[in-house]
Design a protein around this ligand. Structure first.
Ligand SMILES: Cc1cc2nc3c(=O)[nH]c(=O)nc-3n(C[C@H](O)[C@H](O)[C@H](O)COP(=O)(O)OP(=O)(O)OC[C@H]3O[C@@H](n4cnc5c(N)ncnc54)[C@H](O)[C@@H]3O)c2cc1C
Length: 295
C-alpha cells in the first residue's frame, strides 16, 4: 500500500495496515511527518515507524499517478530525483476540506475563507445575521470534540442571544499511532512566532518509572513555558497512552498554571502521568539526581 500524507490519518492507517501485515510506503510532501508538531516528536515517531518496517519518504513532490495492471504507480521526486512507488492499493490522506461548495452560501450571503471554510467569529456567528456554523465546515481544528463544543456554543448563542466565546488555545490534538502523539498549546517555534521568550525542557520517557515498569519507554515529553513567569504554554507528548496523559497539560494550559504549580501537585507513583511532573521538575532540578517522587 502507498499512503499519501504524513499527518494524523495517514500515519494511523499506515501503521494499522502495517501491523496487519501490509507492506506500506508513506509519502509526505513536507520535510517531516506531522510538520506542525515539535521536530523531536516527528523525528522519534518516524524512527519508530521505520523500525517497524514502514518506508517513509518526505519532501516528496508527486508528478503523476497511474494504474498499471493490478498496480498503482506513483511517480514523484525528492530533491529533484525521480522515483516510483508501486502498490496494490493507494490510500489518500492528504487532508480534508470543508464541504461547502454546493450549499449556495454566497446567496445568503455567508462569507467563506479561501479553503471554503465558513467564516465565523469566536461566538460561531457567520457573516449573516441569522446564521451560525460549527464543526468541520468552519475549518481547523477539525475534530469530533471541538465540533461538539462549537455546536453547543452556536446553538446557545443563536437561540438564547448569549455571546459565549470559544477559546481554541487549550484544544488538545492526538494521533492514535503506537506510541501516541498528544499535544496542547504552543510549540517552541510557535512561542517564538508569538514573540514570547520561552524556556523548554524535554525528557525521554525512559526517565519515567512507570514507562520502565511496563517496558514502553519509547517517546518523550517536551514542555514549553514562558521564561519570565514559568507559565505553561504548551506540552507535547509522544508516549504510550499520550492521549490519556495530555489532559493534565490541557488544564495547565487552559488555567494558566506554572511549572511550579505542577511541581507542587502530588502525583500518583508510578504512573505515566508523572511524566508531566517530571518534565516540570526538570526546569528546576536535574531529575537524574532525584530519588523516586522527590521534588
Ligand atoms: C478517518 C477519520 C478519523 C477521525 N478520527 C477522529 C478522532 O479520533 N477524534 C476526533 O476527535 N476526530 C476524528 N475525526 C474528525 C471527526 O470525524 C470530525 O471532526 C467530525 O466528524 C466533524 O463533525 P461534523 O458534524 O462537523 O461533520 P460530519 O461528522 O462530517 O457531519 C456532517 C454531516 O452533514 C451531512 N451533510 C453534508 N452535506 C450536506 C447537505 N448538503 N445537506 C444535508 N446534510 C449534509 C453529512 O452527510 C454528515 O452526516 C476523524 C475523521 C476521519 C475522516
Amino acid at each position: 500500500m502507498i499512503v499519501l500524507g504524513g499527518r494524523a490519518l495517514g500515519l494511523e492507517f499506515a501503521q494499522m495496515y502495517s501491523h496487519m501485515g501490509t507492506r506500506v510506503t508513506l509519502l509526505q510532501r513536507s520535510h517531516r511527518i506531522i510538520p506542525e508538531e515539535e521536530p523531536a516528536l516527528s523525528d522519534a515517531l518516524r524512527q519508530y515507524l521505520e523500525e517497524e518496517g514502514i518506508k517513509i519518504k518526505t519532501g516528496v513532490r508527486i508528478k503523476r499517478i497511474y494504474q498499471k495492471q493490478n498496480e498503482t504507480v506513483v511517480v514523484a521526486t525528492v530533491n529533484g530525483r525521480e522515483f516510483e512507488a508501486r502498490g496494490e492499493e493507494l490510500l489518500l490522506a492528504t487532508g480534508r476540506d470543508p464541504n461547502t461548495n454546493l450549499l449556495g452560501l454566497e446567496t445568503v450571503p455567508v462569507g467563506l475563507k479561501q479553503d471554503g471554510a465558513v467564516r465565523v467569529n469566536r461566538e460561531m456567528h457567520t457573516t449573516a445575521p441569522h446564521v451560525w456554523a460549527a464543526g468541520d465546515v468552519i475549518g481547523e481544528p477539525m475534530q469530533e470534540t471541538i465540533a461538539a463544543k462549537e455546536g453547543a456554543t452556536a446553538a446557545e448563542n443563536a437561540l438564547s442571544g448569549t455571546h459565549k466565546k470559544i477559546d481554541f488555545f487549550p484544544v488538545p490534538r492526538a494521533i492514535f499511532t503506537s506510541p501516541q502523539v498528544a499535544t496542547v498549546g504552543l510549540t517552541e517555534k510557535g512561542a517564538h512566532e508569538h514573540g514570547i521568550e520561552c524556556a523548554c525542557r524535554t525528557i525521554p520517557m525512559s526517565k519515567v518509572p512507570k514507562a520502565i515498569v511496563i517496558r514502553e519507554t519509547r517517546g518523550l515529553i517536551k514542555m514549553v513555558a514562558e521564561a519570565s513567569t514559568g507559565r505553561i504554554l504548551g506540552v507535547h507528548i509522544l508516549a504510550d497512552g499520550a492521549a490519556d496523559i495530555i489532559h493534565e497539560a490541557v488544564l495547565a494550559v487552559k488555567y494558566k498554571l506554572t511549572i511550579d504549580d505542577i511541581i507542587d501537585t502530588v502525583h500518583v507513583f508510578p504512573t505515566m502521568t508523572e511524566s508531566i511532573k517530571l518534565a516540570a521538575t526538570s526546569f528546576r532540578k536535574d531529575i537524574d539526581e532525584l530519588s523516586c517522587c522527590a521534588e
